[in-house]
Design a protein. Structure first.
Length: 231
């Protein structure tokens, strides 16, 4: 089972600015590559790489692997829709991989920026620490900015726990034809209840059409009776 962990980064002002600048330039490069991809109808990773790779490195000053991640993000976005030009927000996520992101235990993330690598402290909850225990933390994550704070979205493969069937509970599905069917297979028919519902519906329509005080009192009484029987 794949589980996404949201890891908070504790950045200094200098580190924050380095990550923010890198994020903005990364997405500018995405917009540049996206326009070329759309205009030339080139949505293949290999073909687009041949067209824009060197230009991205020269124009935006990105590393070789960051240029690859730019192309990858653009190509991935066009998998769903190729009819419109895709644009990227200046603070859109950066897709990092093992070549440009690594971890120093569960304390620090080593992240590539335009100014080089920086080591940023991380906050990982005890629950997430438990999920990561005994597993190698690989440098494959999305760097995102939310409410002025940087986070890493890290996907880990966690074994599914065995289902507990001996807990004294059963599952119940509710319906209309059959009011309920439990997980043991027992069916509770809705024929009687549905008949009462139809009867009270006709009576309600008749009383509402009269509009007299006595009809309203009877309407209120039948509504309470119907609620007690059919609910």
């Amino acid at each position: 089972m794949l589980c996404t962990l949201k890891i908070k980064l504790i950045t200094s002002n200098e580190q924050f600015n380095a990550l923010l600048e890198t994020m903005k330039v990364f997405n500018q490069a995405c917009n540049y590559a996206s326009e070329i991809a759309f205009n030339s109808k080139t949505f293949s990773q290999v073909k687009l790489h041949k067209i824009v790779y060197y230009d991205i490195r020269e124009k935006f000053g990105l590393s070789a692997q960051m240029a690859v991640r730019v192309i990858g993000k653009v190509v991935e976005s066009y998998r769903v829709d190729k009819k419109t030009l895709h644009t990227f927000k200046e603070t859109g996520a950066i897709v990092y991989d093992e070549r440009i992101l690594s971890f120093k235990g569960l304390e620090y993330a080593s992240i590539l920026t335009l100014q080089g690598r920086i080591e940023v402290p991380m906050i990982i909850s005890k629950y997430h620490q438990g999920l990561l225990a005994g597993r190698r933390v690989r440098g494959q994550a999305d760097l995102i900015l939310q409410n002025g704070t940087f986070y890493l979205l890290l996907v880990v493969d966690v074994p599914e726990s065995e289902p507990n069937s001996e807990n004294g509970f059963i599952g119940v599905d509710f319906g209309i034809v059959n009011i309920a069917v439990d997980s043991t297979g027992e069916v509770f028919s809705g024929n009687k209840v549905n008949g009462l519902r139809k009867r009270y519906a006709k009576l309600r329509t008749k009383l509402q059409s009269k509009g007299t005080k006595s009809a309203k009192r009877l309407l209120k009484k039948t509504f309470q009776e119907r609620k007690a029987i059919c609910s």
